[in-house]
Design a protein around this ligand. Sequence first.
Ligand code: GLY
Length: 366
Amino acid sequence: MTVLTVALGARSYDVRIEAGLLARAGDVVAALAKGRPVPIVADENVAPHLATLARSLADAGVASEALVLPAGEGTKSWAMLERTVDWLLAQGVERSDHVIALGGGVIGDLVGFACSVMKRGCRFIQVPTTLLSQVDSSVGGKTGINARAGKNLVGAFHQPALVLIDPDVLDTLPLRQVRAGYAEVVKYGLIDDLDFFAWCEANGAALLAGDPAAREYAIAHSVAAKARIVAEDEFETTGKRALLNLGHTFGHALEAEAGFSDRLLHGEAVAAGCGLAFDYSAQAGLCAGDDAARVRAHWRASGLPDGLAASGVAASPARLVEHMRHDKKASGGRIPFLLARGIGRTYLDRDVDLSEVERFLDSQPH
Ligand code: GLY
């Protein structure tokens, strides 16, 4: 078992990573619950995991009812927030009580946000069931829902009280979803850890094939990286936490063009976006062309899109840049952008000219 701490003073919490943890979660949860019930909010895709967790809680003497919501991005909505809050209030949740979010990023974001507003803030436990949520969204306290005007535009920073990660739940996750989560694993190497990127090159195939040791190592390493970055810049004010958005400006434009649908999963968009960010950096003379080629080769070897053409999004560069112009961070035709001086040497350029980005995209096969 690995136990990592996200060090945030009074808001510090542990992340426990252990194969088979779901079936043993009861004792850890009982220690926090102190005799109070612990309601679970899950999505309909995780029914077997819900049964395992509920049994473990019951065995440890923790009373627990469950709300099961529809799976999918549509659940990050005002309607589902209202349903979740109403249900939790009907359960008699008090401020010092704990609520479990069991599912992927959608459930974690929604339930975390519901808990941030319930009685001005109650406690919650993240039990992420996808690789992407295990290595990224369950840690760090970003919660929220989507608005008509865009994704994640309504939300709050609200740290969980505990994160429980059982890598075994990935056994039943579709390979495409595992690959998409793996893009976020590799991203930590690209940001500031060349050795970890090299580890991914050597071990990524085993991880994707379900090798338990590779999987657990990658999750623990990724969570440790995220914990370090969040502890340094919890509220994304210094630019450090913004590094986690590597590949996201290109990726977000691709996702927007694909209608935020299953045509292009978030992790796939991040992979393609990182490929483009490295190519842009190479073309601008910031990093070696060999580094950009190495990044793209690893995406291809991992079955992930490495750039514009492979993303399958047939949008013109002008349209993609138009999406970027509407980004809340853009102003006067310029945008903050994550660029690279090499693998593991990412930095935030606060002022990139979008017409340069469009010229670059024009030069890419699309
Ligand atoms: N997923 C990016 C962050 O947590 O800041």
